[in-house]
Design a protein around this ligand. Structure first.
Ligand code: FBP
Length: 562
């Protein structure tokens, strides 16, 4: 019986590339400090909440000519939130740096996400375990979870468990919510003289943890390449059979970075961008009209087929829905304790009860939705207070509304075609793929660099590796204070400090390409078929990163040159 596939065997042997500033060795580094930093918004409140970790400088590493010996230390690591390709390589990079620094150092992995450090569930990594997971997808080496770290009791338990293991640093690998956890924990440890550093690593396939300092979150490259391959295959199927409209919902939570990137890679007929819907104040009816118009025009040219990309978080960006969901969240945050609500078992009674507590206009919007969508909107929020958009079937809502609209147009004699739909949801398919060479290298560098930040005594920082559209050797390694990315937002009905999500920039070069071309792509079938991720072969096939990053970095270079 075979235990590993040929690809698994070959990927285990891959040696990820490091930036040359780190490649000289972990004990031969020099740190340069930049200017002090400010948070993105709500500075007064954030400063007060992060008295000890606020305002630190951005830092960068260079190779130094001297080599220093390093004292022995134990470090913990947590994988947090949704899976993203490359997580295992962050741990491998961290492990290699730590062992290079001092072979007696130990790395502990907390199991099942942040709850592992609270409950004291952990494993100690060995060479054998790490070697079995190098360059693999998934988070299964220690598992992940979405527990929010915020209470005094949780922090105390975390401290106790770290003390038992003599841990002096924790690396939290996560997205915006998980790195908010990292910032909270870092601040609490300093305030309580715990002598435990906390460093975050930017993970999420959603691509929404980025800013001037963080060019891309890891996993975005591999996930979008995986979806682009699948969409390319569907485009070819649609173009071969010529009988279906494929509606593809794409993961990405609130932001549409995933949708935009795969649209640039595949050029489908329709791509909805949530951020544009919000900016243009488009109602659900206007979105339906926009899509129907393209379906009718194509049908009138004999093309009863096409592919439409729908962002997972669309519903939260349609203005009337957004206001309604905010109101619904407030109402729902009071329901747990409400005996008269909790005794209701029939969905319709629950809907009526909730509507009676909502503001009139919002209640009307909620009331107008199909039962399926209403029920999906009432599902539990995640521990960070987010609506679980992956469970809301927006694509089905749109299809139902488009069918009604097509009937109306047919009655007026302006639509003679057919509309036959197929629904897909691409999300989980991409989150655990074998990391692309880019993600394998980037993640390994992030992990290695996280230990470098610890070596210099920093805490409350996010591991940062920049200049990512250049070859790996030219990447710039350093760190960014987590508080720099924070602002106050309403969660579970209360204002909390959180890392601000980066949404699609409608003035950015990636969106501009979509905007300039989408009319042509809607009608002329300029499909691109990217094929599957390649790991072995020419560098221009295997090592390239996303279109979004390429375009954004090219634009930055142009601005810098002026
Ligand atoms: P993170 O923000 O934790 O990286 O998770 C991203 C994501 O994959 C979203 O795109 C999606 O909405 C969500 O996780 C799904 O969550 P779950 O894995 O709990 O179903």
């Amino acid at each position: 019986m075979k235990e590993l596939s040929s690809l698994q065997i070959e990927r285990l042997k891959y040696q990820p590339k490091l930036p040359s500033s780190l490649a000289g060795g972990i004990n031969s580094l020099k740190l340069t400090e930049g200017n002090k930093t400010e948070c993105v918004k709500d500075a007064e409140q954030i400063k007060k909440l992060f008295e000890n970790t606020y305002g630190k400088p951005v830092v960068t590493f260079e190779t130094s000519n001297t080599t220093e010996s390093a004292p022995e230390r134990n470090i913990g690591v947590i994988l947090s939130g949704g899976q993203a390709p490359g997580g295992h390589n962050v741990i491998a990079g961290l492990y290699d740096a730590l062992k290079q620094s001092n072979p007696n150092n130990k790395l502990f992995g907390f199991l099942g996400g942040p709850s592992g450090v609270i409950d004291g569930k952990y494993i100690e990594f060995s060479d054998e375990l790490i070697n079995a997971y190098r360059n693999t997808g998934g988070f299964d080496i220690i598992g992940s979870g979405r527990t929010k770290l915020e209470t005094e009791e949780q922090f105390e338990k975390a401290l106790d468990n770290c003390k038992k293991l003599n841990i002096s640093g924790i690396v939290i690998i996560g997205g915006d919510d998980s790195n908010t956890n990292a910032a909270m924990l870092a601040e609490w440890f300093v305030k309580n003289n715990a002598n435990i550093q906390v460093i975050g690593c930017p993970k999420t396939i959603d691509g929404d943890l980025k800013n001037d300092q963080i060019e891309i979150s890891f996993g975005f490259d591999t996930a979008t390449k995986t979806y682009a391959e699948l969409i390319g295959n569907i485009l070819r199927d649609a173009n071969s059979a010529k009988k279906y409209w494929h509606f593809i919902k794409l993961m990405g939570r609130s932001a549409t970075h995933v949708g935009l990137e795969v649209a640039l890679q595949t050029q489908p007929n329709i791509t909805l961008i949530s951020e544009e819907v919000e900016a243009k104040n488009m109602s659900l009816k206007q979105i339906v009209d926009y899509m129907t118009d393209i379906i009718v025009k194509r049908a009138n040219e004999g093309k009863n087929f096409g592919v439409a990309l729908i962002p997972e978080g669309l519903i939260e960006f349609i203005p009337e829905m957004k206001t309604m969901i905010a109101n619904l969240n407030d109402v729902m945050s009071t329901l747990e304790q409400d005996a008269s609500y909790n005794k209701l078992t029939v969905p319709a009674d629950r809907f009526n009860f909730i509507e009676s507590r909502m503001e009139k206009e919002n209640a009307e919007v909620f009331e107008s939705l199909p039962v399926l969508i209403k029920a999906q909107l009432l599902m539990d929020r995640d521990p960070h207070g987010n609506v679980q958009v992956s469970k809301i079937e927006t694509e089905k809502l749109l299809i139902e509304m488009i069918k009604v609209r097509l009937e109306e147009i047919k009655a007026q004699g302006e639509f003679m075609g057919k509309f036959s739909d197929q629904c897909h949801f691409f999300g989980y398919e991409g989150r655990c793929a074998f990391p692309s060479n880019f993600d394998a290298d980037y993640c390994y560098s992030l992990g290695y660099n996280a230990f470098a930040l610890m070596k210099f005594g920093l805490t409350g920082y996010l591991s940062s590796v920049k200049n990512l559209s250049a070859p790996a050797q030219e990447w710039i390694a350093g760190g960014v204070p987590l508080t720099m990315m924070m602002n106050m937002e309403k969660r579970h009905g209360q204002f909390k400090p959180v890392i601000k999500k980066a949404l699609v920039d409608l003035n950015g070069p990636a969106f501009k390409i979509l905007e300039e071309n989408r009319q042509k792509w809607a009608m002329e079938d300029k499909y691109i078929f990217p094929g599957s991720i390649q790991y072995f072969g020419p560098s221009n096939v295997c090592d390239i990163t996303t279109e979004t990053l390429r375009l954004e970095n090219a634009a930055k270079r142009t601005i810098a040159a002026v």
